[in-house]
Design a protein around this ligand. Sequence first.
Ligand code: HEM
Length: 467
Amino acid sequence: MADHLTHRGLAALAKQYGGLLHLRLGRLHVFSVSTPEYAREVLQAQDGAFSNRPATIAVVYLTYGRSDISFAHNGAFWRQMRKLCVTKLFSRQRAETWLAVHEGYGGLARAVAAASARGTTAGQAVNLGELIFNLTVSVIFRAAFSARDEEGLDEFIAILRVFSRQFEASHIGYFFPWLSWMHRRGFNRRLQSARGALDRFIDKIIHDHMTRRRNPADADADLTALAFFAEGNPPGAVDLDETVRLTRDNIKAMIMDMLFGGPETVASTTEWAMAEMMRNPDNLVRFQRELADVVGLDRTVNESDLKELPFLRCVVKETLRMHPPIPLLLHETAKDCVVLGYSAPKGSRVVVNVWAINRGLQSWKEPDAFRPARFMAGGEGEAVALDLKGSCIEFLPFGSGRRSCPARGLAQHAVEFAVAQLAHGFSWELPGGMKPAELDMADVAGLTAPRATRLCVVPTPRLTCAL
Ligand code: HEM
């Protein structure tokens, strides 16, 4: 049964039974949505009624009782937290966030060159997947904490890994809440230790920030969220507006949201983009030609080049279409609803299968083929009108409606910059004479869908300048 409750399993069931599946699991109603017509109802037409979040016992515990944005139910608290994120943390106005992307990914090609130089023989493969992931954690870490150095980063990566495992382990609980007892003993202990480690880590960071803020010269070093944390207040609370008060737990949970959701999604999209181009080398050739024409081979890519690289945007869009990092959107009904004639009682779990919708035969030509040119303007691509803003219901990597990704702009920019650095800096080959068709393209089924095996590839420097 568990195999059916993955993005691929639910897509296969939808092929057999239709775009809206109703699964009755004990007292729980689960609706799986796999076509644009039903997704439009759930995410757009009746958005408000479908915008609560289901959470397993483990998730409630790890998010300090839904004190974060991702798992808070739709309501005044969630609205305020989200506004804070969109207008402060991810906004173009917050220089630290974008500087972290600029500095972190600006060094990606150098990091590849360094990893390659560490190899014992020339032409040895680097573990590009691992490298991208670690660098992305560092980018999001710097963005979140305005960190100038990476003190504590390794400890943080270790905590993140444990957290990810606990989240993933509780995945099945979205469908079978009563199965939580299966893990209970050791599981609860592991949960407590995971949250305890995060508590200590973030408490220390909060403490350091509070201390630093006393020095006026260091005023811009604060995490924006912490600026709301009035000095002298901890462990109390501060007003977000008249009705909502922000506590230390909220700040921790919000940091956790960013650091749990951010690196995994951005890194896996970047890794998939490179993997798809290795598997479909004509696309890499075309993209590298674009880079050579626009940027030239005598310098590295700047962020200001990105808008001049239309094929890059198509590569990223096509990657997000085929490999949405969050393949299943998890929503819950806030009241009794009717979806195109079918009743969904209050508290039903609603799973929108973005992976299936992004590959739907009714919307996409050759949906399983990696064909970035489908998004190209100038009469070339048939999907040129589809953007990532969430209004195109057949193309939903960032979701749609009020629960859609608040960091879309930042995430898209980060992936584009990373992919451009990699493709411009090096010629790439598969290791050991592997043919493109032999590259493993399996994904992992869970809350996110990263590659099952890390991408290992052989880089050869391509530019005439230093990286
Ligand atoms: C390529 C990268 C990314 C993709 C494809 C992506 C996609 C998504 C999706 C599909 C959702 C859920 C929508 C729904 O349930 O209807 C979501 C929610 C969210 N994302 Fe992203 N995301 C990405 C990167 C990021 C980053 C970098 C951050 C923060 C650093 C972030 C923060 C969030 C938050 C806080 C939510 C919860 C919003 C809410 O429940 O109101 N995401 N994202």
